[in-house]
Design a protein around this ligand. Structure first.
Ligand code: MG
Length: 286
């Protein structure tokens, strides 16, 4: 039986996710949470948020790292601004990652075990012999070691590099608590290639997924964005995606991600459709 719980990407005050009230209304019981803004990551807020999640019966499966100054406005700007790779902001963001991990630890009673910290780490340099590559490997090792002390794992979001490089990078980081959050749409959006082939290639390391869909760019892949569309209506192949997840023995949450927070009514309607589609497909797959 395909028993994976359904999840949704949620936000308190930052990021593209849906508000908690919408999660509750849709009857969804697991969330991945975009990190709250720095100002919101207080003890008091953590306790209030924890109480609300307990009241709603919602489990947090991942807390995603997010930082001021990140922008996804173009692929080039994403490479310049997102994650731990950009060198100018790296030290400060690593320190902030520890704070976010400690905030997640305060949500302990509603976090899945082991608790996961998710990250778009950035565009990892492709030359494995370069000093830039070695340096981001070391930073990631340092982060993994910090998370290990909190009994947390690091889930790298897919999309910004070919999966063979992602696998080699994880081998080089060589820590037992580093895994993958597989987002099939990102591979299409970033022009990296066939998401379902990639899914099989990284199967052993997947601990989270995003049910997200996209169509490829009509411009230059890797330079121009593809287009994010409702799950099941793009080029991922939703049924095949779930079938492969079932086949590889993935039992974790199926977390719907729809980056449409500027249009909340449409976002909610499309997530609700995605929930129905996933329920139908799970029943069909058996
Ligand atoms: Mg994603």
């Amino acid at each position: 039986m395909m028993n994976n719980p359904i999840g949704v990407f949620a936000s308190i005050d930052a990021g593209y996710g849906v508000p908690l009230e919408v999660v509750k209304e849709l009857g969804i019981k697991t969330i991945q949470l975009h990190t709250p803004t720095k100002a919101s990551r207080t003890d008091e807020n953590a306790q209030a948020f924890l109480k609300k999640l307990q009241e709603y019966g919602i489990t947090v499966t991942t807390v995603f790292l997010g930082f001021d100054g990140e922008t996804y406005e173009s692929i080039a700007r994403t490479a310049e601004t997102v994650g731990l790779v950009p060198e100018k902001t790296r030290a400060a963001r690593l320190a902030e990652s520890y704070e976010i991990a400690d905030f997640a630890a305060k949500l302990g009673p509603v976090m899945s075990k082991p608790a996961a910290i998710g990250s778009h780490i950035g565009f990892v340099p492709h030359d494995r012999t370069s000093p830039e590559y070695k340096s981001i490997v070391e930073t990631t090792q340092t982060l993994c070691d910090y998370l290990a002390k909190n009994n947390q794992t690091l889930h790298l979001e897919t999309g910004q590099e070919p999966v063979d490089l992602l696998m080699a990078f994880m081998d080089d980081v060589a820590r037992p608590n580093i895994f993958i959050n597989f987002d099939p749409a990102n591979l299409i959006l970033y022009g990296i290639g066939d998401p379902l082939g990639a899914l099989r290639a990284v199967a052993s390391r997947i601990r989270g997924v995003h049910c997200k869909d996209a169509t490829a760019t009509t411009g230059t892949p890797g330079v121009d964005w593809g287009c994010e569309v409702p799950f099941g209506t793009g080029e991922v192949g939703a049924e095949q995606f779930l079938r492969i997840l079932h086949e590889i023995g993935y039992t974790g949450p199926l977390t719907i991600e729809r980056e449409l927070s500027s249009e909340p009514a449409r976002q909610k309607a499309e997530i609700s459709q995605a929930v129905r589609l996933i329920e139908e497909l799970k029943a069909k797959i058996g």
